[in-house]
Design a protein around this ligand. Structure first.
Ligand code: CTP
Length: 403
């Protein structure tokens, strides 16, 4: 079996009891044909000897930022890796990576790479379940880092619980899966919008909606992983996925201004944002006071960003809309597909459990004039993003063929 032939894998090992399992992982990766470059933290040396890893890997262990033959080892390791795998990842490494602190060769390499990263945490249950660790996992995941969750079982000191390093089989399967992510969007310029717009009523109040932005962020992350240049125009204060340019906006008008500019050079525009349809005509400069009585808030329509892009779509440009519906899903979505001159619409029934606003999962129907409908059953939002981008790639191919 040489499923990983000619793949360069940086294997990061940090200082936890599960470090001994990295030896078996290293061996398995080499057996699968990979060129394995081991990087150990100083604490990892307390658990296993570097000679062991050096003997099994494809080159000797790297440990220090300072005594490597290369002048800048972290950038060299980061730039040449096809993938970086950290197994085990301790709470400290997760924290350093999440906050961007480059205190040793491993964390500096993680920050200096554009390669996909697979992180395999292992620690005691109390640490794994601590809010700080879980927050760091969330941050890393939202940036597109692949997490192989620990398993439940025997831990150091005779304890039993969640926090045991995932099996070598699971880690290898994830590496093979991530490396198999197609690079079919290289050179494609994609604009993604995310989140719900907020339309001011006065100095402190807004009209908002329940959009969490999670689907838009997942689309941006997956598009970047597939090689696209991604601009994410967002109302949500979340960490942007790796390699994505983020523009923060608040209102529909601000989103329109940013989208209109970015769309000038975009090959694909994906409007995942929930744009308010109406806004107050007047925004009071001061906070409205209760003593002044019930305010009479008069609304006016916001500009329809997608419809106006549809009116002036460049040849070859692809416009993707979202239709969050609570009834007659396909009929309403098809009407929007046509009226806004779209190439694809992602229709979801937001009244169903697990679907749409706020959830980590989604279930959608992809409708396009170019292909029969595609049903994407309930899945995490990254899986839905892959399905959406598969359709975009298909539409691009069809448009290029008919040029
Ligand atoms: N959209 C937009 N600008 C608006 C409103 C919506 O660009 N002012 C985009 C959304 O980002 C989405 C698509 O149009 O991709 C459909 O949005 P939706 O709110 O479902 O449709 P509407 O046209 O607003 O129709 P309705 O609210 O009546 O369902």
């Amino acid at each position: 079996m040489s499923q990983l032939a000619s793949r360069r894998i940086v294997l990061g090992v940090s200082g936890g009891i599960a470090a001994y399992k990295s030896v078996e992982l290293c061996r398995r990766l080499v057996d699968l044909g990979a060129h394995v470059v081991p990087v150990m933290t100083a604490d990892a040396h307390r658990f296993i000897g570097p000679v062991t890893l050096s003997a099994l890997a494809s080159e000797p262990v790297h440990t220090s930022l300072w005594d490597d033959a290369s002048v800048i080892p972290h950038t060299q390791l980061g730039q040449t890796a096809d993938i970086i795998v950290v197994a085990p990842a301790t709470a400290r490494v997760l924290s350093s990576y999440a906050t961007g602190s480059s205190e040793d060769l491993l964390t500096a390499t993680l920050i200096a790479t554009r390669a996909p990263v697979v992180v395999c945490p292992a620690m005691h249950t109390e640490m794994w379940e601590h809010a700080a660790v879980q927050d760091n996992i969330k941050i890393l995941r939202s940036r597109g880092v692949h997490i192989v969750e620990p398993e439940t079982g025997r831990l150091a000191g005779g304890d039993v619980g969640a926090g045991r390093l995932a099996s070598t089989e699971r880690i290898c399967a994830e590496i093979i899966r991530v490396l198999g992510i197609s690079q079919d969007l290289v050179g494609v310029d994609i604009v993604v919008t995310a989140g719900g717009t907020r339309e001011p009523i006065d100095a402190v109040r807004v009209i908002a909606n329940r959009s969490s932005g999670k689907q838009g962020y997942a689309v941006a992350a997956v598009a970047a992983q597939r090689g696209a240049r991604v601009t994410l125009i967002t109302t949500v204060d979340r960490v942007a996925p790796v390699g994505v340019v983020e523009i923060q906006v608040e209102t529909a008008q601000q989103m329109k201004d940013a989208v209109d500019t970015a769309a000038l050079s975009a090959d694909v525009v994906i409007m995942a944002a929930a744009v308010a349809d109406f806004r107050p005509v007047i925004r009071a400069d001061q906070k409205l006071k209760k003593a002044d009585g019930i305010p009479n808030i008069v609304l006016e329509p916001t500009p329809d960003i997608l419809a106006s892009l549809g009116q002036r779509k460049r040849p070859g440009q692809i416009l993707v809309g979202f239709a969050a519906e609570t009834s007659s899903l396909v009929a309403h979505a098809t009407a929007k597909l046509t009226s806004k001159c779209l190439d694809l619409i992602v229709a979801n029934d937001v009244s169903a459990l697990g679907v749409g606003f706020g959830y980590d999962t989604n279930a959608v129907v992809l409708l396009s004039p170019y292909a029969p409908p595609v049903n994407v059953a309930l899945a995490d939002k990254h899986t839905v993003a892959h399905a959406l981008l598969d359709s975009v790639v298909e539409i691009r191919n069809q448009k290029q063929e008919t040029k």
